[in-house]
Design a protein around this ligand. Sequence first.
Ligand SMILES: NC(=O)c1ccc[n+]([C@@H]2O[C@H](COP(=O)([O-])OP(=O)(O)OC[C@H]3O[C@@H](n4cnc5c(N)ncnc54)[C@H](OP(=O)(O)O)[C@@H]3O)[C@@H](O)[C@H]2O)c1
Length: 297
Amino acid sequence: MCFLSGWFNLGQKEVMYGKKCIVTGSNSGIGKETARGLAALGADVFLVVRNEKKGEDAKKEIISSTGNENVQVMVCDLSSQESIKEFATQYRKKHKRLDVLVNNAGIITAERVLSPEGIEMTFAVNHLGYFLLTHQLLDVILKTSSSRIVNVASCAQSSINLDDVQNERKFSGRNVYAQSKLANIMFTYELAAKLPKNTTVNCLHPGVVNTHLFRNHPLFSGVLHPVFDVAKNFFKSPLQGARNSIYLASSSEVSGVSGKYFVGIKPSISHCQSYDAGARKRLWEISEELTGVKYGI
Ligand SMILES: NC(=O)c1ccc[n+]([C@@H]2O[C@H](COP(=O)([O-])OP(=O)(O)OC[C@H]3O[C@@H](n4cnc5c(N)ncnc54)[C@H](OP(=O)(O)O)[C@@H]3O)[C@@H](O)[C@H]2O)c1
């Protein structure tokens, strides 16, 4: 039995054997542990990272701890739409299937900065990165039976002003992050309604996890840094934080389950704006406008 099987009903190590899984932001934190968990279950894992050296270091670590050699690094800067399209083209050239896409990469910024396309960076990486990457890989996902999309959201959710999604009028790093995480949930619900039955999409809150995410968090940098240093001892480890992602990516308990927001292994209630069909539709249209793509499903 594999070391993960005690957590959930995952069964034997081979449960993901031969399945192709992409995990974004997998050189550190929750993403690295998600990739390690899927490799331990026998999957072919693609570490999608913006820094190749960090990716290669994570790859070595994952191969040596799992014994699974089928781990590859692919470079993609999720803040750049050009880079996302280039990465997806490279993937589609070589691979005809994609069993699991884990949209995990995320950031918090202290100040309002812009992506290469001139879009507010947190919205660009945390929401449009998930939206565009999923779109670009959708044909291989749909060609694969029982494929799964997993979006790493958060319990930090704040309502989105749909007339100012890039927070041009008022910027707070913490709020903008929470808006982007609500956008992950709204994207999940809207996409689930469009996908055929044999492809599922779910999202999750991983818990409060001790990772690099907080390095730019306005609450925890600066004078409050010593407080954070103490507080983080009470956070989950990245391995514990990865459990929900691994569960949604691999467990037979959730096969066929789609359009849910999970906290732990249970579907949960999300922010009220996520249940507003008009708001979801508007966010979808804005996302298509800002990325220049149409889903066509
Ligand atoms: N930690 C928590 O308590 C918590 C709670 C709720 C939700 N989450 C969510 O969990 C996910 C993972 O975060 P984490 O806590 O594991 O943080 P983390 O350790 O900082 O990991 C974030 C990952 O995203 C990558 N990334 C950032 N910007 C990128 C870009 N432009 N292109 C490609 N990759 C990029 C980072 O790469 P670099 O190493 O190159 O920066 C890193 O690998 C995020 O979506 C976050 O919102 C975390």
